[in-house]
Design a protein around this ligand. Structure first.
Ligand code: NAI
Length: 304
């Protein structure tokens, strides 16, 4: 029997060096986890002030992790932090960073034009073998990838917030993504300690495609006067076993984020009733009641 021997060669070029672009909430988390799992990481943002701030927040996150991981062992705590930070390099020079990267993960602002401009520059600067991935939540990967000449080496790596704690990684293929690229991205995700799932380049991938319409349906239920947010949350926690109710989750994620996602989908697919805008959601965002981060959304919070 003749067997294909391609599978054993697929992992020859496993991802070892990574550039993460955008040192905000997601980029910092992705860089931290990649460094903690032995990858050489460069985390890039626009200014020194921004990357310095990101470094401080990563150090705080590592501190929390070591205290949990090694509660009474100061030596082990120090070793873990030192090892992670030794793998992490902060930079404002993206074109130099990508020159020595096996993989570039983009986690910048959710704006197609800005992402396309960045990937256009990267395509010229990065070696031919370098894989490109976007962490976008709501923009079609194909619309970003089409600015490059390496669509076969392009995919989506969609992480969840907070990245160090959330176990899932959605690995997204566009039609041009090669098997080798997909396998390398999937293996990279597993090397980060994540459980990976595969999805095509469809709105919201798996999690957000189900979660966002569910949350907006919860708001519509309240809009119709059928029940209160508090009772909907209690019902879904105790009746469906969800750890958070939809309104708690909306406030946690940020109402502006959910509005942004649903508006983008509704523009692309106006006939889909699940993607219809919601008056209550629009009003709260207009009033800057965005949830936890502004102190008020569907609920009120004590601002720290
Ligand atoms: P954020 O606003 O916290 O961070 C974005 C960072 O990108 C900022 O530090 C900004 O200075 C930087 N940036 C913007 N343009 C840049 C450029 N041209 N070059 C270098 N840096 C640039 O945003 P967040 O929440 O981390 O989101 C980033 C991406 O991740 C977005 O595409 C978003 O859709 C996606 N995402 C967000 C999730 C979330 O829960 N917040 C979950 C999964 C994906």
């Amino acid at each position: 029997v003749i067997r294909a021997f391609s599978t054993s060669t697929l992992h020859f070029h496993a991802v070892k060096t990574v550039t993460v672009i955008g040192s905000g909430l997601m980029g910092s988390g992705i860089a931290q986890v990649a460094a903690a799992t032995g990858h050489k990481v460069t985390l890039v943002d626009k200014t020194k002030e921004i990357v310095d701030k990101a470094e401080v927040s990563i150090k705080k996150s590592i501190d929390r992790i070591v205290k949990k991981k090694f509660p009474d062992d100061a030596k082990a705590q120090l070793k873990y932090s030192t090892d992670v930070l030794a793998n992490l390099n902060m930079s404002t020079d993206v074109l130099t960073a990508v020159k020595s990267s096996d993989l570039v993960i983009e986690a910048i602002v959710e704006n197609l034009d800005v992402k396309r401009e960045l990937f256009g520059l990267l395509d010229n600067a990065a070696p031919e073998k370098t894989l490109f991935a976007s962490n976008t939540s709501s923009i079609p990967i194909k619309d970003i990838a089409s600015v490059t000449k390496r669509k076969d080496k392009f995919g989506g790596l969609h992480f969840f917030n907070p990245v160090p704690l959330m176990k899932l990684l959605e690995v997204i293929r566009i039609p041009e993504t090669s098997d080798e690229t997909y396998n390398l991205l999937d293996a990279f995700g597993k090397a980060l300690g994540k459980t990976t799932v595969q999805c095509k380049d469809t709105p919201g991938f798996i999690v957000n495609r189900l979660l966002v319409p569910y949350m907006v349906e919860a708001i519509r239920l309240v809009e119709r006067g059928d029940a209160s947010p508090r009772d909907v949350d209690t019902a879904m926690k105790l009746g469906a076993g969800y750890p958070m109710g939809p309104f708690e989750l909306l406030d946690y994620v940020g109402l502006d984020t959910t509005k942004f996602i649903i508006d983008g989908w509704s523009k692309r697919d106006p006939e889909n009733p699940l993607f219809k805008p919601s008056p209550i959601l629009n009003k709260l965002v207009d009033d800057n009641k965005l949830g936890l981060k502004t102190g008020e959304g569907f609920y009120k919070y004590n601002k720290q």
